[in-house]
Design a protein. Structure first.
Length: 152
């Protein structure tokens, strides 16, 4: 990282960002064309869980190429200033890579969905079998996790 003074290396702080961010941005490789999709997510024990409809560009791309880059940020705040060059943005962010794995069994899917639901509600839920059949649940085991904070 060019600004090593802003690098976050403490695993506990990296995990706190992954547990607090509201949205995950998933970067995909659609041939020569990068494709970024904002998504809801949940994080547990080094893995991120995502859910989706069974069709669409993102799913088509992931089935061809499961390599993804994920970005998360929290504590985002504009720091205004008198001069335009002194404006800043407060943030803490994580970028990680990994491979998207499609979860197959109803049990695995329900567990993945409950990681997502716990992220947003703090609670787990029961899912009817037909609801699980109609969706895709994806797990990404995070690799190369880097963190950065603004100086603010
Ligand atoms: C905060 C947030 C949370 C979301 N959470 C989820 C989630 O958990 N699961 C989920 O499946 N989806 C979620 N979405 C919607 C997601 O961003 C995609 O729109 C959706 O997954 C469809 O993606 P797709 O590749 O199948 O697009 P398709 O329906 O196949 O559409 C293809 C084209 O539509 C355009 N497009 C697709 N999505 C967007 C978008 N979000 N904004 C602008 N243009 C777009 C792109 O140009 C793309 O090439 C969320 C969106 C937001 C903003």
């Amino acid at each position: 990282m060019r600004r090593s003074d802003r690098e976050i290396t403490d695993p506990a702080e990296l995990e706190s960002i992954l547990k607090q961010a509201l949205v995950c941005r998933m970067g995909l490789c659609d041939g020569d064309h990068p494709y970024v999709v904002p998504m809801n997510y949940g994080y547990r024990h080094g893995s991120v869980f995502l859910h989706s409809a069974t069709e669409g560009r993102k799913i088509d791309v992931l089935r061809r190429n499961p390599n993804v880059c994920l970005e998360f940020e929290t504590d985002v705040e504009l720091i205004p200033a008198e001069s335009p060059c002194s404006f800043s943005m407060k943030y803490r962010s994580v970028i990680a890579s990994g491979k998207a794995v499609f979860l197959e069994s109803a049990e695995e899917k329900a567990k993945g969905l409950n990681v997502i639901m716990t992220h947003y509600t703090g609670k787990e839920f029961e899912f009817p079998p037909q609801a699980l059949e109609g969706i895709v649940v994806i797990r990404v085991d995070l690799e190369d996790c880097s963190g950065k904070r603004s100086r603010c």
